[in-house]
Design a protein around this ligand. Structure first.
Ligand code: V47
Ligand code: SF4
Length: 388
């Protein structure tokens, strides 16, 4: 047992309920939702010690990243989520962008010979880009790069596509899988509590549908991630309820890879009057997620959203993954006011970011197979300038 953990158990000033939670966690037992809510009253040092204990027990010092690109086909969206700075409603169509199939395939061609392992395709929900359009697009993406992992379409996009194509979720996902979709990203989950969801994103897929789509994907052998939007009008009990619904589904399917808490950013959206939470709150949410989500293998800090410094800090608060190199095509956070206005890091920069906080960088593929261990790797001068 490390020093931080013995300090918790021997410290008489720690509340007895929190101490008993710590004992459970150290014994490898699951904590219940009431205990989860109590954790929000604990101080950051306590939470960090416990979360880091779990993180190192599960993953030692390893910190994962991948080499991916993002393709956002459009930001035109039929929905009107109040927190979204990115989308342009259909009625303001001229202010948005729509990539043609040709644009998207051209981008794939540009990366044809680059050592990326994943393409992440998500965007607004455009009424003209339907299930068969996307199935055909993915097929063509795979013709260009048969080995690439296609992580595509949030449950929000999938619900709309299936509804418009008049197919069940299972049928829709089967069609996409047959055409090359490998997994689902975690977006669109926001907050499952129905009252909060109605206030922040009333018109898109329900919590029940989000969970059903992921359950169906898992049944078909497509793994997925799950996100949680925190730091707006929700309370601790809503965050724990959200995590609990995911934990229950994971018990059933084991299909989730990674949990990704997403900090609400207040730039240029209908919730701009709500102040953003502090870095301390960010670290608390990561730590509590790591403690509560005992059956999720990985916890990701999405660096384009929280910035590189908080991403480095998060590695001591339960996080073991900091997403990918990402080129500058993802706009969802820069448009919401995130520090990273052009989110791109070369492999070398990512590796250094991880090594600078004494963690062990591992490049992974989407499903966490090791691609390369960078512990003792020295970049040569020529590689330094390259992104990939
Ligand atoms: O669902 C939108 C969020 C999500 C804002 O699975 C906002 O690997 C904060 O899910 N402030 C989409 N968040 C992005 C996403 C994602 C990102 C990276 C990796 C993966 C993965 C998934 O972005 C949306 C919504 O929760 N979002 N606007 C905002 N103003
Ligand atoms: Fe559309 Fe997604 Fe933005 Fe909601 S969060 S408005 S579904 S792009």
């Amino acid at each position: 047992m490390n020093n931080r953990i013995s300090h918790i158990l021997e410290n008489n000033s720690i509340d007895s309920k929190l101490k008993s939670i710590a004992q459970k966690v150290i014994a490898g037992e699951r904590i219940n939702p009431e205990e989860g809510v109590l954790l929000f009253d604990a101080d950051l040092a306590f939470l960090g010690s416990l979360a880091n204990y779990i993180r190192e027990k599960k993953h030692q010092n390893f910190t994962y990243f991948n080499r991916n690109i993002h393709i956002e086909p459009t930001n035109i969206c039929v929905f009107d989520c109040k927190f979204c700075s990115y989308s342009k409603l259909l009625k303001h169509k001229t202010e948005g962008w729509e990539l043609s199939e040709e644009d998207i395939l051209k981008k794939m061609e540009e990366y044809k010979d680059q050592p990326i392992t994943e393409v992440h395709i998500v965007g607004g929900v455009h009424p003209k880009m339907g299930l068969h359009y996307f199935a055909n697009l993915i097929k063509k993406v795979k013709e260009i790069r048969p080995d690439i992992h296609v992580k595509a379409f949030t449950a929000v996009e999938l619900e709309y596509m299936c509804r418009k194509a008049k197919v069940s979720f299972e049928e829709g996902l089967r069609i996409l899988k047959e055409n090359g979709q490998d997994s689902l990203p975690g977006g669109g989950a926001e907050i499952f509590d129905e009252k909060i969801r109605a206030e922040i994103c009333n018109d898109k897929c329900s919590s029940e549908q989000w969970l059903e789509i992921h359950e169906t994907a898992h049944k078909l052998g497509m793994p997925s991630n799950a996100t949680m939007l925190y730091g707006h009008i929700e309370e601790p009990k809503h965050l724990i309820d959200h995590m609990n619904r995911l934990r229950e589904l994971q018990d059933k399917t084991q299909g989730f890879n990674t949990f990704i808490p997403l900090k609400f950013r207040n730039g240029e959206n209908q919730m701009s009057h709500i102040p953003e939470v502090s870095v301390i709150d960010d670290l608390k949410v990561y730590a509590i997620s790591r403690i509560f989500m005992d059956n999720f293998p990985h916890l990701k800090a999405y660096w384009p959203m929280i910035g590189r410094n908080t991403a480095q800090l998060s590695l001591s608060y339960g996080v073991n993954d900091i997403d990918g190199t990402i080129d500058d095509t993802t706009k969802i956070y820069s448009m919401a006011g995130a520090e990273e206005q052009s989110p791109s890091l070369s492999t070398q920069q990512l590796v250094e970011l991880i090594k600078n906080v004494k963690r062990h960088p591992i490049e992974r593929d989407t499903v966490y197979n090791t691609i390369k261990d960078y512990k003792d790797f020295i970049f040569d001068k020529q590689q330094e300038s390259k992104s990939y």
